[in-house]
Write a protein that binds this ligand. Structure first.
Ligand code: GUN
Ligand code: ZN
Length: 451
């Protein structure tokens, strides 16, 4: 069994503070830091001052809050989610992507006005934090004022968020009476205005991402002009790529001049390290090579890919090719906000690919999944210098997890105190419990959400 705590300590709300606990974190230079009895010190400015073993440091131990046997991990990074869709999570199983968008998503986003955003966004940020997510890359809806409301909610909550107004100039739920040229102009102007209001607010905690939905809903001009604005602003550019067969066929029909789906975005000048492409389930060898060469990142959303029957992304092949990959929940394409859940479904999908003879590469181990869901996601956002791992000088974006609630026998089985961090992280991934995240912090400031 995993020991439960006899006494519940008071968790800190603001820096400075020091915590004593088991600490597990990927390291920027490779490998994993595991301190079975560790100490992390967070400065008043929210940065990590020191991290290491507690033993032999009586003075520091004295001032630290003792959280043992709880575990400190870096906060999780969700590289792809849709804010307006969260209320629909878990509904629509069995539909193809385009039918699911028409039936559920477009009506929900259509109704995502300021009132809806003011109700949903604060609750959504609390739910992300409760799932252990401290950094998110989000899609909003088409409506500019609802994006301001979402940013205000993120500003207030404290989560690290990059958000973008969805852009669509065809196959759209916008019923406005405008010419296509007017729709394009309006979308670009509103996106640029949101970017100028919110990008890099609160010293870079809030950022803007230009967000053309995908090639089915965007003309070549919208793709090109949005990429140009993103480059000018030094902002991210995000869209969807090669998620399901019907979508891919539609893109090739709409862009007959393109070599393949990726080429549509390439021709728009949109590929580069600032581009985050969600899904990328079905790519040709040429697309894999070009994606790697361009430096664009992939948001891997395995739970969504199975929920919507899109397919199983060849993760190991992409990693071998040198593509930067992080993990996304893709709520509500994915039914679950938890990035631990994305790790679990992704791991099962890798095994299924091997068993089906689709892949002969090794599957990732639990610590590699933890890295994908933290540091690699931060790198995809261009924020690995500040978040994604627990290392001195970085901002203190961390979570505290109680592994006891993952115990299958709820404390009545044999003692279990793993010395191997891989075993403990395996438990968290494969037996994720909705209440296991006890606290989440960004820059040392505690987020509302976890119970
Ligand atoms: N492709 C275009 N829009 C969407 C969306 O909202 N969700 C998913 N999963 N794929 C998309
Ligand atoms: Zn999506």
């Amino acid at each position: 069994m995993l020991a439960s705590r006899p006494v519940t300590p008071e968790l800190p709300q603001r820096p400075p503070f020091a915590l004593r606990a088991r600490i597990i974190s990927p390291l920027a230079e490779g490998g994993t830091r595991h301190e079975p009895d560790g100490l992390i010190q967070v400065e008043a400015d929210g940065r990590i001052a020191a991290i290491g073993p507690a033993t032999g440091r009586p003075r520091e131990i004295d001032g630290a809050i003792d959280l043992r046997p709880w575990v400190i991990l870096p906060g999780l990074v969700d590289l792809h989610a849709h804010l307006p869709q969260i209320p629909n999570a878990g509904v629509g199983f069995g539909l193809t992507l385009l039918d699911w968008l028409r039936r559920y998503v477009f009506p929900l986003e259509h109704d995502f006005d300021v009132d809806a955003a003011e109700r949903i966004a604060p609750a959504a940020f609390r739910a992300f934090a409760a799932a252990g997510t401290t950094t998110v890359l989000l899609y909003g809806a088409l409506w500019e004022p609802s994006l301001d409301a979402a940013f205000r909610a993120a500003q207030e909550h404290g989560i690290r968020a990059t958000i973008g107004k969805v852009m669509m100039d065809r196959f759209t739920y916008d019923e406005g009476d405008r010419t296509p040229a007017e729709t394009l102009e309006l979308s670009l102007r509103q996106s640029a205005d949101l970017c100028s209001r919110w990008h890099m607010r609160d010293a870079g905690r809030l950022r803007y991402a230009f967000t053309p939905r995908f090639a089915v809903t965007c003309t070549a001009e919208m793709l090109r002009e949005s990429a140009r604005l993103a480059a000018e602003a030094g902002a991210l550019w995000q869209t969807h790529l090669a998620e399901d067969a019907g979508e891919i066929a539609e893109v090739l029909r709409l862009f007959p001049e393109a070599m393949d789906y990726l080429d549509v975005y390439d021709r728009a000048g949109a590929l580069g390290p600032h581009a985050v492409l969600a899904h990328a389930v079905h790519l040709s060898d040429r697309e894999v090579a070009r994606l790697a060469e361009s430096g664009a990142r992939v948001a891997h959303c395995p739970a969504s890919n199975l929920f919507l029957a899109s397919g199983m992304m060849p993760l190991a092949r992409y990693l071998d090719a040198g593509i930067g990959v992080g993990l996304g929940s893709d709520v509500a394409g994915g039914p679950d906000l938890s990035i631990f859940g994305a790790m679990r479904i992704g791991a099962y999908a890798q095994v299924a690919r091997r068993a089906a003879g689709l892949d002969d590469r090794a599957v990732l181990d639990p610590l590699a999944w933890l890295r994908l869901g933290t540091l690699d996601g931060a790198a995809a956002l261009g924020q690995a210098d500040v978040t994604g791992s627990l290392e001195p000088g970085k901002e203190a974006d961390l979570i505290v997890v109680d592994p006891a609630v993952t115990d299958p026998l709820r404390g009545e089985g044999p003692d279990w105190d793993p010395t191997d961090p891989e075993e403990l992280v395996s438990r968290l991934i494969f037996r994720t419990h909705p209440d296991m995240v006890l606290g989440a912090w960004v820059r040392g400031r505690r987020l509302a959400g976890p119970a």
